[in-house]
Design a protein around this ligand. Structure first.
Ligand code: UDP
Length: 330
């Protein structure tokens, strides 16, 4: 018995690999290393460098390792890029997921976790979002993920596969033990950018818009520690392995922080008062995205353990610092 983790060398996937290995599971990673790093993987995990859209490779991997569950993280994640290059997103996120799902069906894998996103909700009419809200993505990225959700729904109905779709809000932080974190260059995410600025890698950073209808005029987001997100995956996988029903759940805390509050937290935790400039709104940013997480708490008994902005920031800063030290090693 083994769990196949696609994108297991990436930011979130690598945390899942560590969590599963910590629990004594056998883990096989399929990752093309286009944005992931094999150095963050534990030795106990088997890495297959390859493409999740390569159905023969996936089927062979499932058969060889006795895979009984799949956790699917691999995909492209940059929303503005999905607008300028939509076919890349429909290929990497939708077409390749289809091949992966078919491999699962053909090889009898019945438990399937899918890494989805709050972007499926688009620009919601209210800040607190629950899963009954109709999906209405506003980017090809959101659509590419929603299409995979739909494929899973229909495949489950036809073939008896069971799935957990987990819709992530703003994932941040890093492994508290310092084994992995957000490693990809060209970061666009707020906490990573603020951490890099605090550590002196950037001369300053920008706040994209201060005229939103929020208390301080900057956007509100629900930042979830990656370790709590992974706890949700581990619970969802156990639920499916025990024969539990398919489910679709938000992953967030239900608390929103503004861009300025996050920047203040990074300044406070790092002790560095870095330079911040006010800039124009970034295209496509909804003013507030906050998860109603009642469903996942009720269905899976999920209880966050790291729901503290300063802790999230502190772990993000530690990882960023360790990355700089690795990169400057002779
Ligand atoms: N943001 C910002 N400056 C940055 C990066 C992000 O003001 O350098 C803002 C962004 O406009 C949004 C919030 O921070 O309102 C969260 O953005 P992020 O890219 O981290 O996540 P998203 O919610 O877009 O997935």
């Amino acid at each position: 018995m083994a769990v196949l983790v696609t994108g297991g060398a990436g930011y979130i996937g690598s945390h899942m690999v560590h969590a599963l290995v910590d629990r004594g599971e056998t883990v096989v990673v399929v990752d093309d290393l286009s944005t992931g790093f094999d150095a963050v993987l534990p030795e106990a995990a088997t890495l297959v460098v390859g493409d999740i859209g390569d159905q023969p490779l996936i089927e062979e991997t499932i058969a060889r390792h006795g895979v009984t569950g799949i956790a699917h993280f691999a995909g492209s994640i940059v929303v503005p890029e999905s607008v300028s290059n939509p076919l890349k997103y429909y290929h990497n996120n939708t077409v390749k997921s289809r091949a992966l799902i078919e491999a699962a069906v053909k090889r009898g894998v019945q438990s399937f976790l899918f890494s989805s996103t709050a972007a499926v909700y688009g620009e919601p009419s209210k800040a607190l979002i629950d899963e009954t809200m109709a999906p209405a993505p506003v980017s090809p990225y959101g659509w590419s993920k929603l299409m995979t959700e739909i494929m899973l729904r229909d495949t489950a109905a036809a073939h008896g596969l069971r799935y957990a779709v987990l819709r992530y809000f703003n994932v941040a932080g890093a492994d508290p033990k310092g084994r992995t974190g957000q490693s990809t260059p060209n970061a666009t995410h707020l906490i990573k950018i603020a951490s890099q600025t605090a550590l002196g890698d950037r001369p300053h950073m920008s706040v994209f818009g201060t005229d939103y209808p929020t208390p301080d005029g900057t956007c509100l987001r629900d930042y979830i520690h990656v370790t709590d997100l992974i706890d949700a995956h581990v619970l969802a996988l156990a639920h499916l392995m025990d024969g539990g029903d398919s489910l679709t759940c938000n992953c967030g805390y239900g608390t929103g922080y503004s861009v300025l509050e996050v920047i203040d937290a990074v300044k406070r935790v790092s002790g560095v008062d870095f330079k911040v400039e006010i800039a124009e709104r970034r295209a496509g940013d909804p003013s507030a995205l906050i998860a109603d997480s009642a469903r996942i708490r009720a269905l899976l008994g999920w209880t966050p353990k790291h729901a503290d902005l300063d802790m999230i920031v502190s772990h993000a800063l530690s990882w960023e610092d360790s990355l700089r030290k690795r990169n400057t090693k002779p």
